[in-house]
Design a protein around this ligand. Structure first.
Ligand code: UFG
Length: 337
């Protein structure tokens, strides 16, 4: 049976890759996005990649009458919810706006789903919900909380809201996917991450430095208790991540209740290892200097991956070299946009 999937926030970095994966596999896709952190031509690009044009509504998912209309016009079977603000530093400066936006969007979605009898939801959560008190590798049964910024708390709070909603309605089917560090881009070079202004995240900073847009990368700290002293993260290719969402949809079809599942590779890579791999696979230099630690950063963060393998039959396949090649290809092609 063909399924019709609603993607709030579906024009963004992760949402667009999930849309491409779904369209390629024959799902119908309805994207809702206010384009506050995405571009309208992503819809054209998805059509070029897949040969199918997704339905698109330029609306804020927290606008209830507008969202009502989307549900009224489309027989939605399931929702994959990406809509939300995601800049860690900005969330510290603008906590109220982060709580308002990320929580409102989710609550409006849940109410509208309930009005229309839609029971299946996959939520974009984050490894940030493990906070600072748990040791890596993170397993899904570890306590949530101890987040270091409002962005992280919105993810933890939304997980709690979804858990409570599943208790109240046993027919709900909810999977919270806890992403580790998504990087890379679609191999077509047509979609990828488009950070606004100066990038906060490591990979876009590396690609912009290699392109000469930034003078040098600041490596935040080289005195962590890690093999080379720099932070260790679980970088995951966004196309692997997208495939994890498709697997989560199939899982949720048959499993009422609430689940949290990590989407990571289970492998840690240090900041300097990533810089070194990027430079060598792309044969380009990435000037960097060692800078002080960034406040709120963990030394080490990587996933336990057994649950994803067991429940979803999914595991990441792409290498760090693939991530570096695809990120660089996207940097070069996006410069021409
Ligand atoms: N880093 C640098 N220089 C930079 C940017 C980052 O050295 O210019 C380092 C950081 O100190 C860290 C590593 O690169 O050690 C990764 O940093 P990112 O900002 O790319 O990613 P984070 O791990 O800090 O954050 C990511 C997501 C968040 C999510 C968090 C928790 O961006 O949304 O993982 O899983 F909440």
């Amino acid at each position: 049976m063909k399924k019709n999937i609603l993607l709030p926030g579906g024009a963004g970095f992760i949402g667009s890759h999930v849309a491409a994966e779904l369209l390629t596999r024959g799902y119908d896709v309805v994207i809702v996005d206010d384009l506050s952190n995405a571009r309208a031509d992503v819809i054209d690009r998805l059509e070029r990649i897949t040969g199918v044009r997704p339905a698109f509504y330029r609306i804020d998912a927290a606008d209830k009458p507008a969202l009502e209309q989307v549900f009224a016009e489309n027989a939605i079977d399931a929702v994959i919810h990406f809509a939300g603000y995601k800049a860690v530093g900005e969330s510290v400066a603008k906590p109220v706006s982060y709580y308002r936006n990320n929580l409102d969007t989710t609550l409006t979605l849940l109410e509208t789903m309930s009005d229309h009898g839609v029971k299946e939801l996959i939520f974009s959560s984050s490894a940030t919900v493990y906070g600072v008190d748990n040791p890596a590798p993170y397993t899904e049964d570890m306590p949530r909380g101890g987040c270091t910024n409002p962005y992280g708390w919105t993810k933890a709070m939304i997980e709690q809201i979804l858990q409570d909603a599943c208790v109240a309605d046993p027919a709900l089917r909810v999977v919270c996917l806890r992403y580790f560090n998504p990087v890379g881009a679609h191999e077509s070079g047509l979609i990828g991450e488009m950070p606004n202004g100066i990038p906060n995240n490591l990979m876009p900073y590396i690609t912009q430095t290699a392109a000469g847009i930034r003078k040098e990368l600041s490596v935040f700290g080289n005195d962590y208790p890690t093999p080379d002293g720099t932070g260790v993260r679980d970088f995951i290719h966004v196309v692997d991540l997208a495939k994890g969402h498709v697997a989560a949809l199939s899982y949720a079809d048959a499993h009422p209740g609430w689940e949290a599942i990590n989407l990571g590779t289970g492998c840690g890579t240090s900041v300097l290892e990533l810089v070194g791999t990027f430079a060598s696979v792309n044969d380009i230099s990435v000037p960097y200097r060692i800078a002080p630690r960034r406040s709120g950063d963990l030394a080490v963060c990587y996933a336990a991956t057994d649950k994803a393998r067991r429940l979803l039959g999914w595991q990441a396949e792409k290498t760090v070299a693939d991530m570096c090649r695809d990120s660089w290809r996207w940097q070069q092609s996006s410069a021409k946009l």
